[in-house]
Design a binder for this molecule. Structure first.
Ligand SMILES: Cc1cc2nc3c(=O)[nH]c(=O)nc-3n(C[C@H](O)[C@H](O)[C@H](O)COP(=O)(O)O)c2cc1C
Length: 264
């Protein structure tokens, strides 16, 4: 593999969950923001917003509402990435776009599922720029997917309107100690990268893919699981977390498509 500073950085990166008390200076924060905003976005519209959470009470609350992860409360930097069409549509309204549509007998198209997905792409691409930039600045970070849950609580806490939805959250700071132990494994490229057409894996390939996990984890399977697939399902997919994730996202997506929040 060619040696390159950026490739090295990507190779060495790992999620960081234990932060030192070292503050992030204004200069470093500014560099992080600049790198984040340089991320590509669909049509260069940057249909995302970042809510920087500095208020300790809000951090404490997020540490509970995001599936009880105390490290959120201790993270020096907490950024919530929203898919955001409100900024653009407020501007459209200000520019009388609805009147233009009426005059020209066109439908005034408001944000729907497609716009959500593209805006979510924008937000996540920007978040990954922040991950890499944080790493380059000597910090570490961790995504918090659980920000997708509890949409009504997060909407109230962070005060975002219906054409906004929190697609991911990033916590970052300086490491408290040097990482130890091996990096997390990855699925081998032969099972991930397809040539021209999607190829479903054969039973033998599936077995091969997870063979190492079968070998290393069999003594620690969740109760009731007889093999790694059952363990994985019980641990990651068939959980209360997955149920809440989908409930919350369905609600948020409906509110996005309706352009209004339904109080329940
Ligand atoms: C979309 C997404 C959501 C994640 N959510 C969480 C989370 O809520 N809590 C957590 O501790 N780690 C979370 N992670 C971090 C993953 O657990 C981590 O990236 C994975 O185990 C691989 O480890 P590594 O990043 O150290 O290589 C998330 C990562 C991604 C990409």
């Amino acid at each position: 593999m060619p040696h390159h500073e950026t490739l090295q950085l990507l190779e060495e990166r790992r999620s960081l969950r234990l932060f030192s008390d070292a503050p992030i200076t204004q200069e470093v924060r500014e560099a992080l923001i600049q790198a984040t905003l340089r991320a590509p976005s669909a049509g260069n519209l940057m249909n995302y917003s970042i809510i920087e959470v500095t208020n300790q009470e809000i951090k404490d609350r997020l540490a509970i509402t995001c599936d009880h992860q105390p490290m959120i409360a201790r993270a020096p930097l907490v950024w919530v990435f929203l898919a955001d069409l409100h900024r653009l549509y407020d501007y459209f309204t200000q520019c009388d776009v609805p009147k233009l549509c009426e005059r020209e007998s066109r439908e005034f198209h408001t944000p729907a599922e497609g716009e959500f997905l593209l805006a979510a792409n924008d937000a996540i691409v920007a978040a990954q720029n922040a991950v890499v930039a944080a790493e380059a600045l000597g910090m570490g970070s961790c995504y918090i997917g659980d920000i997708i849950e509890n949409v009504e609580i997060h909407r109230e806490l962070l005060d975002f309107p219906p054409w906004c939805f929190p697609v991911t959250m990033l916590i970052a700071g300086y490491p408290k100690k040097a990482p130890k132990g091996p990096k997390t494994p990855r699925i081998d490229q032969e099972f991930v990268v397809h040539n021209n057409r999607y190829k479903r894996l054969t039973p033998e390939e599936l077995k091969q893919l997870y063979a190492k996990n079968e070998e290393h984890l069999s003594a620690r399977y969740i109760k009731g699981a007889e093999n790694f697939g059952q363990h994985l399902y019980l641990k990651k997919i068939g959980t209360d977390f997955a149920v809440e994730l989908t409930r919350s996202f369905r609600k948020g997506l409906k509110e996005w498509c309706d352009g209004q929040v339904t109080r329940t």
